[in-house]
Ligand binder design. Structure first.
Ligand code: UT7
Length: 329
């Protein structure tokens, strides 16, 4: 019997129309375009302005576009996983709300919370449902409304984040294309460097937590920067070595888009040329779980069937890893 791999058979993204540019931010906090561009590579971020819309609305738009593009009947979808740290509410899950909004009446659905590594962890998880032979059509969405956690008086973080969603369809493939291998990790020793301090069971919302701004994302950038580079590069190298590949065999690296300098350093460590590295951080900023599928959507025109693609991410938890897939389209 031939091995079943979970292949990506469609990718589609959705971003809100409104944008905040670096110049817009320089009117809100003490910053400027030169600092933001040189330190992060970001020029603008898309923001979901409509106060009645949430992450599931963006996820649903991405999934609707994906279903149309792949000519898939929503009733044929068996599972929807939404990787997110900004669900519409604590429960019901963003995935359940998304499934109903797209008419996936026969699907079960759940959220997966692993911050910026969410899409990577989700892809490994979704792949197992396909590889087991039990499921034939699984959708994985990376979606985050990061502006809902952003303090627009804090220049350390407000320049970084944006809102977006992007989704992939996974189906069985017996030609050897799809998800091949991954190396994934968590270590919460230093979780406090990157977290949301309040609003969970440790520190439920109170007037004090709101006054202290503890419902906004907190990040101590420098220590996170250093470990992000090492972790993404080391796990990417490990997954290459395990599959007897070198940087020369890699067609594309799709890295989490947190900082252009982290992306460049990871690519350099792996010996990749700039044209092998997918980068779109300048247009969207850091959209957390959405960065990798959004980048895949932006660059899919360049991918060919059988291409070796490495995904790599680092985020809150800490959580990090790399995944090797062979492009199937
Ligand atoms: O996605 C999840 C994982 N997250 C990451 O991978 C992010 C990792 N960290 C980073 O990307 C970077 O650390 C940041 C982009 C967040 C910050 O860049 P940095 O080069 O580490 O800057 P810094 O925090 O060391 O700050 C350098 C200086 C400081 O001034 P002094 O103390 O040297 O006078 C900051 O106060 O830049 C100042 N600064 C700013 N200046 C203008 C910090 N933010 C800004 C700003 N505009 N927005």
């Amino acid at each position: 019997m031939k091995t079943i791999h979970a292949a990506i058979t469609g990718v589609h993204g959705w971003v809100p129309q409104d944008v905040i540019t670096n110049d817009d931010l320089s009117k809100m906090v003490d910053t400027n375009d030169e600092w933001i561009t040189s330190r992060t590579g970001i020029k603008q971020r898309h923001i979901l302005k409509d106060p009645t819309k949430a992450t599931s609305d963006m996820a649903a738009e991405a999934v609707k576009g994906l279903l149309k593009k792949t000519k898939t009947n929503p009733a044929d979808i068996e599972l929807i996983i939404v990787a997110t740290i900004t669900p519409d509410m604590m429960f019901p899950s963003c995935a359940a709300l998304t499934a109903t909004k797209v008419g996936a009446v026969n699907a079960f659905a759940f959220d997966l919370n692993s911050a910026c590594s969410g899409f990577l962890f989700g892809l490994e998880t979704a792949a197992k449902f396909i590889e087991s032979g039990t499921y034939k059509k699984v959708i994985l969405v990376g979606a985050d409304k990061m502006t809902s956690l952003t303090d627009y008086t804090n220049r350390n973080t407000c320049i970084l984040f944006g809102d977006a969603a992007a989704a992939v369809l996974l189906e069985p493939n017996t030609e050897g294309n799809g998800v091949i291998d991954s190396v994934l990790h968590v270590d919460s020793t230093n979780w406090e460097y990157l977290c949301l301090k309040a609003g969970g069971s440790l520190k439920p919302a109170t007037h004090e937590t709101v006054d202290a701004g503890e419902h906004f994302i907190y990040q101590d950038g420098q220590p996170v920067f250093k470990i992000a580079v090492n972790s993404m590069a080391n796990t990417a190298r490990e997954v290459l070595e395990r599959n007897s590949l070198t940087g020369k065999d890699v067609n594309f690296l799709i890295p989490h888009q947190a900082n252009k300098r982290i992306i460049d350093a990871t690519g350099h460590y792996l010996g990749l040329k700039p044209e092998q590295i997918c980068v779109n951080i300048e247009n969207y900023g850091n959209t957390t779980a959405a960065t990798i599928p959004l980048c895949m959507w932006d660059f899919e025109h360049a991918f060919k069937k059988g291409d070796n693609i490495i995904l790599a991410a680092f985020g809150g938890g800490y959580s990090w890893g790399a995944l090797y897939l062979k492009w199937a389209l």
